[in-house]
Write a protein that binds this ligand. Structure first.
Ligand SMILES: [Zn+2]
Length: 174
C-alpha cells in the first residue's frame, strides 16, 4: 500500500471516535453495486458509512451477491429493501465469459485444474444494462434462500449524469 494511504489512515484513526458508525444510523437496506471505482454507492445516494450495507462485485451481480445477502438477512436481521444498481459503461458489458476463461487459461498454461475451474465459472457478462437489472431482480425475487417478502428494486446509474433511474420493483416471493 502506498505510504500516503497509511498517512491518511493515521488521520482517520485520530478522529475515529467522532466518525465511528453505530447501528443507530443503519437504514436497514442493502445495495448491490459494481466494484467499478467510478461508482460510489454512498455518495450517489447521499449515504454515510454505516447507513447501508453495500455488497460490491464485478458488474453488481445479484447471483454473485447471494451469500453476502443471506448472512445479514438470516443472522443479523437485516430485513429491509435490497436495491440492485448497475451502471452505464460497465466493464461486464465489454468482457464475455468465454473471453475471461481464455484469459485465465492463457495466464496458466498446462494447468488442467485451472482450466476446469474457470470453465465451470460464469462471469455474468452483461449484454444490456436494463435487462441485466431486470434479470438480477427476478433472480432474487425467485430465490428461496432469501427472506420472503423482502422488498427489491432495480436501478441503472448513469455515469455521464450521475442520476439513477428505476427499472423495476419487486419482492422476494419464493
Ligand atoms: Zn461495472
Amino acid at each position: 500500500m502506498n505510504p500516503d494511504l497509511l498517512q491518511a489512515n493515521e488521520k482517520y484513526a485520530a478522529n475515529f471516535a467522532s466518525l465511528k458508525p453505530d447501528m443507530g444510523r443503519f437504514r436497514n437496506m442493502m445495495i448491490i453495486a459494481c466494484c467499478d471505482p467510478r461508482v460510489d454507492p454512498y455518495d450517489l445516494l447521499g449515504l454515510k458509512n454505516g447507513e447501508a450495507l453495500i455488497i460490491r462485485n464485478a458488474g453488481g451481480s445479484a447471483v454473485d451477491a447471494v451469500r453476502s445477502i443471506m448472512v445479514p438477512q438470516h443472522s443479523f436481521g437485516v430485513t429491509g429493501e435490497i436495491a440492485v444498481i448497475h451502471h452505464t459503461d460497465c466493464g461486464m458489458t465489454k468482457v464475455t465469459t468465454d473471453q475471461m476463461r481464455e484469459l485465465v487459461k492463457k495466464a496458466n498454461p498446462a494447468r488442467d485444474d485451472v482450466a476446469a475451474t474457470v470453465d465451470s465459472m460464469d462471469f455474468y457478462h452483461i449484454l444490456n444494462i436494463e435487462e441485466a437489472v431486470k434479470n438480477d431482480v427476478k433472480f432474487l425475487s425467485e430465490n428461496p434462500l432469501l427472506l420472503k417478502g423482502t422488498k427489491l428494486s432495480g436501478w441503472v446509474h448513469d455515469l455521464e449524469t450521475g442520476k439513477i433511474s428505476k427499472v423495476v420493483e419487486s419482492a422476494v416471493s419464493a
